[in-house]
Design a protein around this ligand. Structure first.
Ligand SMILES: Nc1ncnc2c1ncn2[C@@H]1O[C@H](COP(=O)(O)OP(=O)(O)O)[C@@H](O)[C@H]1O
Ligand SMILES: [Mg+2]
Length: 241
């Protein structure tokens, strides 16, 4: 792999945390956190809704100089009232050289990012058409295909949110190309397709904290596999309960 690590690891400055009893330090994923190492190519955050994936990803993004709401490093708008203070308690070990490109994508505020892209008058480099005139999935795909240029650090929060399975495969192909062009990805996702990316680190967020697991051990993989192997059987079990 010809990838560089732009973010080698993060460390929680535990001795600076006053209390682990309040958000975001009280999250099961954050409370025991010490150090988390990243793959030079692709690292995934998986886990139940509310397990803290977005909180940690956002903190890493802000600590790396991105706008909390998403976008490239030039984006300085904000419509969310606040992001958590977690970023101030993270020590980020950066590799060399620095990334030449970067983007923090969060599905939940992509509409605002699309607006900002238009306000900045930089729309055409993203896509031929206004991002607002495309479906959510189309505009995200346009972003990944046209705007991500390689030699970059890309933080993606649920990129699969609006994508058909076919488009998820297209994104996977693009991620692979960008990895060949010395890019690093950290991706929070529920997608059993994306998490199959070869050789990636998968971190599972749970009540016990954050632990690394193999693709085949993920709930996403096992439940999808079992369901598709015999949908009728699974439905019968579900409806009988
Ligand atoms: N500003 C906040 N104050 C208190 N709790 C919050 C705040 N923002 C998010 N949370 C809570 O933190 C938990 C983790 O949220 P989040 O990081 O978005 O989870 P995930 O991305 O894994 O679904 C959730 O239970 C959420 O309700
Ligand atoms: Mg989330």
């Amino acid at each position: 792999m010809i990838t560089k690590k732009y973010v080698a690891d993060i460390e929680l400055k535990r001795d600076e945390v006053e209390s682990f009893d309040r958000y975001p330090f009280s999250l099961a994923a954050v409370r025991p956190l010490e150090k988390l190492e990243f793959h030079p190519a692709v690292t995934f955050f998986i886990g139940e809704n509310g397990s803290g994936k977005s909180t940690l990803l956002e903190a890493i993004a802000v600590a790396c100089g991105f706008n909390a709401e998403g976008g490239s490093k030039n984006f300085r708008f904000g419509t969310r009232e606040s992001h958590s203070e977690l970023h101030r308690f993270l020590r980020v070990s950066r590799g060399h050289p620095r990334p030449r490109d970067g983007f923090f994508f969060r599905a939940e505020s992509f509409f605002n990012v699309a607006t900002e892209i238009e306000n900045l008058g930089v729309g055409p480099s993203y896509s031929e058409h206004s991002l607002h005139e495309q479906s959510h999935g189309e505009s995200f795909l346009a972003l990944v295909l046209n705007r991500f240029r390689g030699n970059g650090l890309y933080l993606l929060d649920e990129p699969e949110a609006a994508l058909s399975p076919q488009r998820q495969l297209a994104v996977m192909t693009r991620i692979h190309d960008l990895v060949q062009e010395r890019s690093q990805f950290i991706i929070a996702t529920h997608s059993p397709i994306l998490t199959a990316y070869p050789d990636a680190i998968i971190y599972q967020f749970s009540s016990g904290g954050i632990e690394r697991i193999a693709y085949e051990e993920t709930e996403h993989y096992r439940i999808t596999r079992d369901f598709l192997a015999n949908p009728q059987r699974m439905l019968k079990i579900l409806f009988e309960q």
